[in-house]
Design a protein around this ligand. Structure first.
Ligand SMILES: Cc1cc2nc3c(=O)[nH]c(=O)nc-3n(C[C@H](O)[C@H](O)[C@H](O)COP(=O)(O)OP(=O)(O)OC[C@H]3O[C@@H](n4cnc5c(N)ncnc54)[C@H](O)[C@@H]3O)c2cc1C
Length: 481
């Protein structure tokens, strides 16, 4: 395939597809490149919770950058009903067919630590109050469907009536149909390099050897976007490097073949997105998810993650998961910028980026697609995305001391999530040693910049990640704290 298009979109995940569709609806000729099997895709493995408030954490609320991110999530939530209506108009597939859960139950259970689990539960309340959202505190003894182990029983619970979930696989299929209905073209291929003259990008080179030319190229290949960017080191050097937050999720047969009607989730927890369950097809539920930082995308499930997630599901959600059928094991790679914030907007002439969305890119997809398509068409943007500009100084939302403290708390929380049994005075001793160790390690990476807590913790065992951080910070840009 060779050709000339208005726009080439690289990546067939939820962001590439939603953007491609928005552009095609506006009458542009768009080719979307990505292998049908979607290797490494986060979208295909996602729980697809449409969560803004359920995703809120205490650290998110503590900084202006974090509150800006929350605000995007809230705006995206308001767009979903309309987005689903337009998908129905394009494909005939109704929102009832795509939505798998009505509302979300958030559980604060006995697992974890006060500094994360209770603090994030409080942060969810706080955000709901800030935005004057409806929610209901529930009687923990009467939460529908769950049957946890006594040691993992819930302490508090609330119902968020407006946070739903969709079926990720069905959403991707519907977006594909809608894109085709608007004249979009698919290239079942992968991009190996950007085609450029100087720092003007004018197309892409495909693995098949063909070249696609376009006025604008959008890089939305998730965590694998970095490999494409690396084809032009001068451009790659200007953008925060992307790594992967790979995660495991499962499709399990539902105990007694009865599903809950809503999402059931904990707040975000130790270095991850919290334990969550989403009803799927009849008799089947989705359970997620782990989050492990890796410098390159991962495609094979890891024994440790599988054992952990199955254990969490059976102990904390329903004891009958112990005898459930495991219908599918999914691995996805969340696209994570080294400073933890999305990468959205123009990078160099002819090249736009739409990635780095980490934990909630699926939820944000209609909002970001509408915004970026308007900007590509030369219209004034409606959102302030300056914080997420691809060419930026590293974003840092807290002091080194606070980041180290958060990393220590998360690390110790991981022990509690794994049911560790240690002498009662050990956690404080371990915290003390970790505090010294993380501080010393952060100092070794850079005198001023500190990466987000999970990246700091992961870097201790990943020399390639340390090298990436040093290079990123070494460009002489000032930290925007
Ligand atoms: C386990 C898990 C659970 C999650 N749960 C949720 C949730 O409940 N709600 C939520 O909002 N978010 C969730 N997320 C996060 C969300 O999935 C991501 O933020 C979002 O899907 C990112 O979408 P994307 O299109 O950028 O990337 P991806 O879905 O990764 O898509 C990128 C696509 O590009 C393709 N590609 C890669 N390299 C190339 C190349 N060189 N050329 C062409 N194509 C290429 C890939 O094959 C892939 O199909 C979850 C993520 C995981 C892993």
């Amino acid at each position: 395939m060779n050709g000339n298009y208005d726009v080439v979109v690289v990546g067939n995940g939820v962001l590439g597809l939603s953007l491609g569709l928005s552009l095609a609806r506006r009458g542009l000729s768009v080719v979307l490149v990505g292998e049908k099997a979607r290797p490494y895709s986060a979208s295909a493995a996602a729980g697809a919770m449409l969560g803004a408030f359920g995703e809120t954490t205490a650290t998110l609320l503590a900084s202006s950058q974090g509150r800006q991110k929350l605000n995007l999530g809230v705006q995206a939530q308001q767009l979903w009903p309309q987005w689903l209506d337009t998908l129905e108009a394009d494909t005939g597939r109704t929102s009832a067919e795509l939505l798998t859960a009505q509302g979300t139950v958030v559980l604060l259970n006995a697992i974890g630590v006060p500094g994360i689990d209770s603090a994030n539960y409080r942060a969810i309340h706080q955000a709901l109050t800030m935005y004057e959202q409806k929610y209901e505190d529930l009687d923990v003894d009467n939460v529908d469907w769950i049957s946890p182990d006594a040691l993992a029983r819930p302490l508090r619970a609330m119902f968020l009536p407006d946070e739903h979930a969709v079926n990720a696989a069905e959403l991707l299929a519907t977006l594909e149909s809608a894109f085709l209905a608007h004249g979009g073209v698919f290239a079942d291929d992968s991009v190996t390099a950007l085609d450029h003259v100087g720092d003007r990008v004018r197309g892409v080179v495909l693995a098949s050897g063909a070249t696609l030319s376009a006025g604008e190229v959008v890089l939305a290949a998730g965590a694998a976007s970095q490999a494409v960017l690396n084809s032009v080191p001068e451009i790659a050097a200007q953008v925060p490097p992307l790594i992967s937050g790979y995660g495991l999720s499962l499709l399990l047969s539902s105990p007694e073949r009865r599903q809950p009607e809503h999402v059931i989730r904990t707040p975000n927890r130790a270095f991850a997105c919290g334990l969550h369950l989403v009803p799927r097809n009849a008799g089947e539920v989705y359970v997620g998810a782990t989050n492990i930082i890796s410098t390159s995308p991962v495609s094979t499930p890891v024994t440790r993650d599988l054992q952990f997630l199955l254990d969490c599901a059976a102990k904390q959600l329903h004891r009958d998961f112990w005898t459930s059928g495991v219908k599918r094991i999914q691995v996805g790679n969340r696209p994570v910028a080294l400073d933890g914030f999305p990468i959205i907007g123009p990078a160099v002439p002819g090249l736009w980026m739409l990635t780095g969305t980490y934990r909630d890119g699926l939820h944000l997809s209609p909002l970001l697609a509408a915004e970026l398509s308007a900007r590509i068409l030369g219209e004034e943007g409606r959102l302030d995305l300056s914080l997420f500009s691809p060419v930026r100084a590293p974003v840092q939302t807290a002091s080194r001391r606070d980041i180290v403290e958060t990393a220590v708390t998360h690390m110790v929380a991981t022990g509690y999530e794994h049911d560790w049994r240690v002498p009662v005075e050990w956690p404080r001793t371990i915290e003390h040693s970790l505090r010294l160790e993380f501080s010393r390690f952060a100092e070794m990476i850079h005198p001023d910049f500190t990466p987000p807590p999970e990246i700091l913790a992961a870097a201790r065992y990943a020399p390639d990640l340390v090298a990436m951080l040093k290079k990123f910070y070494g460009t002489g840009r000032a930290a925007s704290v």
